[in-house]
Structure formats: structure tokens, C-alpha cells
Design a protein around this ligand. Structure first.
Ligand code: NAP
Length: 251
């Protein structure tokens, strides 16, 4: 038996301390499997906005090597993120070139163009954190018979696309996945089981409960789940760092 649970915080903790971006240095890609690297992953976070900077802080805090890819690295550096300790900022193509896992944190309208700028992504794991939101931010522009994630898979042929983190507010990434005895979940879906495992391990290494949600088409359910969170926060006034989804399971 399984059920969804809404994890809520009664008191919000202070947001994570702002960390300055550091100058860029090159990291060679590490192609060894996760288990031979003590779970350290070279990650490119594509997008320097609210979610991209929070993902970069979360992943770097959890010990991973992170490069933020931006269409305008100079502007992103000047804005300072903050992206997290030892995080580099690079062009989209440079960030993608050195990464085994890419985290897509772009606005829906920019996503196809950003993927084109990254170049070929054959065989690489592409974590789709986006939601195909209308500009109002309160509705999806695709759904039911397809999903943003499935469209992204057509825009990045050969990439192993995994939907994850799209229903988790950036504030949760900063304030942490623990809600007393409960832990916020990251639902993971994709057509490549090995890529799903890599992304689930990445989310688990950041402290989240992970739920294997099957094939990429499950994104048709996960994208509306993000809209539920948007309604709870923007419509019903919950704090964005104060509520998240978890899965209750009976053994
Ligand atoms: N925010 C959340 O809590 C959250 C949670 C889950 C999923 N998502 C999804 O994540 C995606 C990105 O959302 P977001 O909230 O991170 O959007 P955002 O803050 O508007 O950032 C989107 C993009 O705008 C550019 N940008 C950042 N700062 C900018 C500035 N000061 N001036 C101009 N451009 C700037 C960045 O791209 P460049 O560096 O390439 O210019 C960035 O990737 C969306 O698909 C959303 O549905 C968001």
C-alpha cells in the first residue's frame, strides 16, 4: 500500500548562507561508474536562476563537482548566484562538455534553445527539472498525451532523460528535505533504468527519499504534481520551503 503525504514544517529555518561564486577552473570528466567514485558525480547545472542556483548549492554541499552552465556566464558570475562553494560558471557548451550528469533548470520557453547550445548529449544523463509552465506560472502548456520531459527527449536525441526534482521548491533544496520524522521525496522517471538509478542515487546523496516512478511518460503525472505545489504555495499561501511531497508505504 502506498499513499502520498504532504510534509510540512511548522517553523521555517533560515535560508542557507549565501556563498560567493569562485573563479572557473577545469575539471576533467570522470567516466568511472558511481560506485567506484564514492558517489562523487561531475554535474553541469544548465541555468543560473532560482532553481539552477539552488541545485548547484545542494549538489556542491553534498560533495559533487558542479559547473553552472549559462547563456551569459559573465552576467551569471556578476549576479553571483550564489551557486555554492567551489562551483564554476561556464558557457552551456563548456559546462555540458565536462559533465556526466546534466541538470536542466531552465524556463520552458528557453529549454529547446539551451539544449541546442549544449551540443550533442549522446549517452549522457539529462535530469529534467523543468515544468512546461505557461508564462503565468499557474498552468501547463502540454500534458495528458505527452509531457515536457518527452518533448525534451526529442530535443536532446541520444540523451538519457530522467525527470526529477521538478515538484520540489528551490527553498526545500536550501532548507533540507527533513520534516521531523518525514523526508521529502524526489520522484524519478525515465526510460533508461540505469540513468534512473544514477539520478535516484544523486537525490539520495542529497538526503531525499527517492521513488522510482518508471518510464518517462510518468512525467505526464509529475508535471501536474509540480502545479499542485505551486497552488499550495502561491494560491493557498504556504511557505515554499515549508511543504513538500513524500510517499507513505506500508511494508
Ligand atoms: N524555482 C523553483 O523553485 C522551481 C522548482 C522546481 C522546478 N522549477 C522549474 O525550473 C525551471 C527554472 O525555474 P527558475 O525558477 O529557476 O527560473 P528563473 O529563476 O527565472 O531562471 C531561469 C533562467 O533565467 C536566467 N536568469 C537567471 N537570473 C537572471 C537574471 N537576473 N536576468 C535574466 N535572466 C536570468 C538563467 O538562464 P541563463 O543563465 O542561461 O541566462 C536561468 O536559467 C522552470 O522550468 C521551473 O518550472 C523551478
Amino acid at each position: 500500500m502506498t499513499a502520498l503525504a504532504l510534509c510540512s514544517r511548522l517553523e521555517r529555518t533560515e535560508s542557507a548562507k549565501r556563498e560567493p561564486a569562485v573563479p572557473r577552473t577545469a575539471h576533467p570528466p570522470d567516466r568511472r561508474p558511481l560506485e567506484r567514485r564514492g558517489r562523487l558525480v561531475n554535474v553541469a547545472v544548465l541555468g543560473s536562476g532560482t532553481l539552477g542556483s539552488a541545485m548547484s548549492r545542494l549538489l556542491s554541499r553534498s560533495g559533487h563537482r558542479v559547473v553552472v552552465g549559462s547563456r551569459d556566464p559573465a552576467r551569471a558570475r556578476a549576479l553571483g548566484g550564489p551557486f555554492g562553494r567551489a562551483v564554476e560558471v561556464a558557457s552551456l557548451a563548456d559546462a555540458a562538455a565536462g559533465a556526466e550528469v546534466m541538470v536542466l533548470a531552465t524556463l520552458w520557453a528557453d529549454t529547446e534553445e539551451v539544449l541546442a547550445e549544449c551540443g550533442p548529449l549522446d549517452g549522457r544523463v539529462l535530469v529534467d527539472c523543468t515544468n512546461p509552465e505557461a508564462t503565468s506560472g499557474r498552468a501547463l502548456v502540454v500534458g495528458h498525451t505527452t509531457s515536457g520531459a518527452e518533448m525534451i527527449a526529442t530535443w536532446a536525441p541520444g540523451a538519457r532523460v530522467v525527470k526529477a526534482f521538478n515538484h520540489v521548491y528551490a527553498e526545500i533544496l536550501d532548507e533540507g528535505p527533513r520534516f521531523g520524522a518525514a523526508t521529502a521525496a524526489v520522484f524519478v522517471c525515465g526510460d533508461d533504468p540505469d540513468a534512473r538509478r544514477v539520478v535516484a542515487e544523486l537525490a539520495a546523496s542529497c538526503g531525499f527519499q527517492t521513488v522510482d516512478a518508471g518510464a518517462l511518460a510518468t512525467a505526464r503525472s509529475l508535471e501536474p504534481l509540480a502545479m499542485l505545489m505551486v497552488e499550495l504555495v502561491r494560491g493557498q499561501g504556504r511557505a515554499p520551503g515549508g511543504a513538500a511531497i513524500g510517499l507513505l508505504e506500508r511494508s
